[in-house]
Ligand binder design. Structure first.
Ligand code: HEM
Length: 464
């Protein structure tokens, strides 16, 4: 089946979706006999529930995943069992701390005020079209670095500078995708020879280390003040709980933790916002409704040049929340997920999974199945997410797996919604967005479903 995949590699997610619709939500992929590429591909919510929730312990990340993502070292995404539990507890204690919302609000607003608005104003005043996806990536990168490393690289400013570790993230994601689709022996050979995507990965690795290590404070400095800070939270927990348990020292451990969070927090929110703005631009009624909701639900009395949207206000924006969920349903930033069982298993769809077989979930396809979301599954309908009483309607995670499901559900879900709503409301309230005619907007054939050629738009300032 590999030749058919290569033939359709320019539209891999839609090709998989067609196959999944044809075969009722699950099919077996057969690769060449020598490549160890056989896998079960599924978008069946019952299978997702079975693997990610009900039989979680039988489907750890495992050594194969850790080999592919070796660049993340002992970061949370790459770990299982006790170390994963330690990460989860520590990250959760930081993200749910009372001081965190304030930190997030200040960080996002500072970036909107000092980075986003000046750049957008410059483009709108000069009538220049630009890539909105690039702007969102820069925003997310600056913000996540600020939250994790307490350092703002200022990649979002009028000059739009090239920041090596920003570019390194793109190169690393591409190389990791290749490791997913190439047989292990091939990418290992490329790594050994230092060629192709593997060469870029080696360079990206170096760029990350040069960026992160100098920003990890040395312990003596740290004890001088007791500010609320992620790296300090992790260092303290490391010394109390796992010092001696790991072969890596605390600096390496903090490097792995930081890099993982940078990777988890940049492309996900920026991809979701990109598709949101594309969906809004192609559905003008939705743009109108979001603006109407902002104006009616939030008391907009100030007559300032810029209106600020805080965490509490963004939580009132139910229609905007629905619009973001639609963006995540149709274009889940993490399009696929792969698992392998410890013991062989039978899935609810009736398919047998041998212990050496991989199960691949297409989250992209789940949102496009009529059997899951109904006949109008391809339509952008924020109303789908609004309950009869006007609140947010929640859907089970195995039916809406954009944030994963079960014990490994994304830890940044709430943070992301807050951040994305603050950014989206700020732009929609102050600007009118227009797509550049003739610019092709297609999903990228990668693990992260960015817009392949970016999202070129023109903005005009509204009179508010
Ligand atoms: C729209 C935004 C986001 C989406 C769609 C998203 C999606 C996901 C998905 C699908 C996973 C599972 C990955 C896997 O197990 O292989 C995940 C895990 C994770 N995400 Fe997010 N994410 C988003 C934003 C964020 C942000 C902003 C942060 C950081 C604050 C974050 C932190 C994490 C962490 C720490 C995990 C690992 C959880 C674990 O393994 O227990 N995410 N996310």
């Amino acid at each position: 089946m590999l030749p058919a995949v290569f033939q359709n590699s320019h539209q891999i997610h839609d090709y998989l979706t067609q196959g999944l619709i044809e075969f009722g939500g699950t099919f077996e992929f057969k690769g060449p006999w020598f490549c160890d590429m056989d896998m079960l591909v599924t978008s069946d919510p019952a299978n997702i529930h079975h693997v990610l929730i009900k039989n979680f312990s039988n489907y750890p990340k495992g050594p194969e995943f850790q080999k592919i993502f070796e660049i993340l070292g002992d970061g949370i995404v790459n770990t299982d069992h006790e170390l994963w539990e330690f990460h989860r507890r520590t990250t959760l204690s930081f993200l749910s701390h009372v001081k965190f919302h304030k930190l997030l609000e200040t960080s996002v607003w500072r970036k909107v005020e000092k980075g986003l608005f000046p750049v957008l104003d410059y483009f709108s005043e000069h009538g220049i079209d630009f890539d909105l996806q690039d702007i969102f990536q820069r925003f997310a990168f600056d913000n996540i670095c600020n939250l994790v490393l307490d350092y703002d690289p200022s990649s979002l400013c009028n000059d739009l500078p090239c920041i090596p570790s920003q570019k390194a993230l793109d190169d690393a994601m591409e190389a990791l995708f290749h490791r997913h689709v190439l047989p292990e022996s091939i990418w290992k050979l490329q790594k050994w020879l230092g060629i192709g995507k593997e060469k870029k990965l080696i360079q990206a690795w170096k760029a990350f280390d040069e960026f992160i290590y100098p920003r990890i404070p040395i312990e003596e400095e740290e004890r001088k003040d007791d500010d609320f800070n992620l790296l300090k939270t992790f260092r303290k927990a490391y010394e109390e709980k796992i010092n001696g348990f790991l072969s890596t020292n605390s600096r390496d451990f903090l490097r792995d933790t930081s890099l993982t969070l940078m990777l988890a927090g940049r492309d996900t929110t920026s991809t979701c916002l990109t598709w949101l703005f594309w969906l809004i631009a192609t559905n003008p009624v939705a743009e109108f409704k979001i603006r109407e909701e902002i104006e009616t639900k939030l008391k907009l009395k100030e007559n300032k040049k810029w209106r600020f949207f805080n965490v509490k206000e963004s939580q009132k924006l139910v229609y905007l929340h629905g619009a973001l969920c639609e963006s995540l349903r149709l274009y889940p930033p993490l399009a696929v997920e792969r698992k392998s069982p410890i013991r062989s298993d039978i899935l609810p769809s009736g398919h047998y999974v041998h212990e050496n077989t991989k199960v691949m979930f297409s989250f992209y396809s789940v949102g496009r199945m009529e059997t899951v979301w109904g006949k109008d599954c391809l339509e952008f309908k924020p109303e789908r997410w609004i309950s009869e009483r006007g609140g947010i309607k929640h859907e089970p995670s195995y039916k809406f797996p954009a944030f994963n499901a079960g014990p490994r559900t994304c830890l940044g879900k709430e943070t992301s919604f807050i951040q994305m709503k603050m950014i989206a409301a700020s732009i929609i309230y102050h600007y009118h967005i227009q797509l550049v005619e003739g610019h092709l907007v297609l999903p990228r054939d990668s693990v992260i479903v960015q817009a392949k050629y970016g999202l070129r738009v023109k903005l005009s300032r509204r009179n508010v």
